[in-house]
Design a protein around this ligand. Structure first.
Ligand code: SAH
Ligand code: ZN
Ligand code: ZN
Ligand code: ZN
Ligand code: ZN
Length: 449
């Protein structure tokens, strides 16, 4: 069983506010869960790994009231230590400095170990697949050199298509931001870094926060922090946290925005709690003028999480822009991919400021004061552009709201739903609202209007 998974019946795992002093796995403090059934706690509370939703990746488990012996604690500490990366970030930075001094003919990268190799290490990797003649251009695009960790439950590394990444960057620049806190967005970080090193007038800086330590081979301590966004854990301790805090100080009037693209399988409440801590860190640094401001943020996530995100961040709104990915068969752009991407930008910036590309069909709705997809028709009754998925939605007078084009009103269920459904008969409750009869992607409570 893993965090946030759908259990039979209306049972679910609920994340509880962890008290300080939670036990640690190699991924930092564990999260506290309880099984709930019909909204009530049902069973013993337990700690599990924050980062890995697959027991195969980290099997940490402990009952909250469990007495752990000294011997087991010592063994656990030893285990956690031995599961830290082999090289420290500092060592990786030094290795990189040596690596770039090598002539092209001696620059090798081990694909199996996902590691830059120095000549003295070649022998150890002689049985491995090795890439030779690593160019400076390759070193500047680590997200192309490293293979994406696609394993769905833990890393879920889905990289932005170039067009989407370029769009995000131009948008940030047009909005006047000069610093980007890139949380789980290595490709955006890389685009900023590589422009900064190539174009003299380019004055945007980025700090990457990611759990994927492979990136520490390519970036200095001022460019990359090893960070877990599900428990707000900085692996390098206080010094690394301080790097992040410093970056959030808006020195010289350089405004900061945070951009994050977390694994979609992740627990929204855990993410929200970490992002609030990052926002607090930003607020605590001295700010000129108004103290009620929130750190500007782009949270990139599928549209069907809209109501969950708004629960935690009521000041956010969802933009219609469809974010496309390179290595995700389903989430590619309309014409080339199998279907349209369900991934959107959630932001606390004023929607009218987020200008979406007209050449891709987006248009400005003067009533809603925001850019919408070409298919998103303004509904006169709802008085809003109601489509969430880019298709034209239709208004249901009985439900008093717009619904997906493929839905119809079921008098049994007293709501609009898929033609093919069994009226409240399925025993698996919806992950979002707990009601039976539909899955979370079809949850009627997800459209707020
Ligand atoms: N579209 C983005 C990548 C998003 S994939 C881009 O192209 O830049 C999700 C990212 O979150 C990956 O980089 C992954 O390594 C990172 N990630 C996954 N789990 C994480 C965790 N617990 N803490 C921090 N980062 C995590
Ligand atoms: Zn773990
Ligand atoms: Zn309507
Ligand atoms: Zn209806
Ligand atoms: Zn539901």
């Amino acid at each position: 069983a893993a965090a946030g998974s759908e259990l039979p019946g209306s049972a679910a795992l609920t994340l509880l506010e962890s008290a300080p002093g939670a036990p640690c796995c190699p991924h930092g403090p564990a999260l506290l869960f309880v099984k709930t059934s019909q909204g009530k706690e049902d069973g013993r509370r337990f700690y599990a790994c924050s980062a890995c939703r697959d027991r195969k990746d980290c099997n940490f488990f402990q009952w909250e009231d469990e007495k752990v012996s000294e011997t087991r604690l010592a063994a656990r500490e030893e285990y956690n230590r031995s599961h830290q990366p082999f090289f420290t970030h500092r060592q990786n930075v030094d290795r990189y400095k040596n690596f770039v001094l090598l002539p092209l003919s001696k620059r090798r990268f081990c694909q199996e170990c996902q590691q830059l190799l120095l000549p003295a290490e070649w022998k150890k990797h002689s049985d491995h697949q090795v890439l030779c003649e690593i160019t400076t251009a390759q070193l500047k695009s680590p997200s192309q050199l490293l293979y994406p960790l696609e394993n769905k439950k833990t890393n879920a590394q889905y990289l932005f298509a170039d067009r989407s990444c370029q769009f995000l960057l131009n948008l940030l620049i047009d909005l006047g931001f000069r610093r980007v806190l890139s949380v789980g967005t290595p490709r955006l970080h890389e685009m900023i870094q590589s422009k900064a090193s190539q174009e003299e007038e380019f004055n945007v800086r980025s700090l990457l926060l990611d759990i994927d330590f492979r990136y520490s081979q390519f970036y200095t301590e001022d460019e990359f922090c090893h960070y877990n966004m599900f428990n707000h854990h900085f692996f390098g301790g206080e010094a690394v946290r301080e790097t992040c805090r410093k970056f959030l100080c808006e020195e010289n009037g350089e405004r900061v925005i945070m951009v994050t693209d977390p694994p979609f399988g992740g627990l929204v409440e855990a993410l929200a709690s970490s992002f609030k801590k990052l926002m607090a860190m930003w607020r605590e640094t001295e700010k000129e003028g108004d103290d009620n401001r929130e750190m500007p943020m782009f949270w990139i996530f599928p549209y069907f999480f809209e109501s969950r995100i708004l629960d935690f961040f009521p000041s956010f709104s969802m933009m219609d822009y469809q974010v496309d990915y390179d290595n995700h068969a389903l989430y590619k752009h309309g014409k080339t991919g199998r279907r349209q991407s369900p991934v959107r930008i959630f932001t606390n910036l004023t929607p009218s400021m987020i200008v979406l590309p007209e050449e891709e069909g987006y248009r400005f709705c003067t009533v809603c004061q925001r850019y919408v997809s070409s298919g998103n028709q303004h509904c006169e009754i709802c008085n809003s552009c109601t489509s969430k998925d880019g298709r034209r939605w239709k208004h249901c007078a009985l439900c008093k709201k717009c619904v997906k084009p493929s839905w119809f009103h079921c008098n049994n269920c007293n709501c609009c739903t898929l033609q093919k459904h069994s009226c409240e008969k399925t025993d698996t409750g919806c992950f979002v609202c707990g009601k039976a009869g539909h899955k979370r992607s079809a949850c009627p409570s997800l459209s707020r209007s």
